[in-house]
Design a protein around this ligand. Sequence first.
Ligand SMILES: [Zn+2]
Ligand SMILES: [Zn+2]
Length: 188
Amino acid sequence: MLNLTLSISLMAILLGPIGEIDQKVIQVLKDDLNKVFKKPVVIGKGMAEPDYAYHKKRNQYLSTTILNALMEQKEYAPYEKILGIVDRDLFVPELNFVFGQASQRVAIISLTRLRHAFYNLPEDQILFRRRVLTEAVHELGHTYGLGHCGNPRCVMFFSNSLTDTDRKGSEFCLSCEGKLQKFSTHHP
Ligand SMILES: [Zn+2]
Ligand SMILES: [Zn+2]
């Protein structure tokens, strides 16, 4: 029989800070994600800076390598879904950069390009918070089995730029919301 702690962690989302991340950002994201997915959200023990994923030629970090490190983190293993948060610029070989990446159970988002400072613009905390939530919901949406959506106002629309991210926001369209309900309550 499962004990209570284990049954809670099985259905919870774990947030894994990778390297130095503002605690307030994680705390706010935890509360926001709890409202969106209606599941417990837990902040995990932080991981080291992802120097192992650094590619000098591109001056960026390979997100797939960090995803693998998240999967191997023993303390994170009992959780239903794992979302790593990193403040480094991420890439995959076929793209200039990525805001995030997801596999079936583990996802990652980067804060770097969500800040106005990256584009030499004055900081906007409210917009930044909205962007962090939008990217987090998008990548977690993938872990729950959702693909990309053609609706440019749905969070599952593929975001190629901050213009896309800011237009769509963090909400699912009705169709994706329906799929999420179906997928996230179904445990094979
Ligand atoms: Zn996507
Ligand atoms: Zn949608």
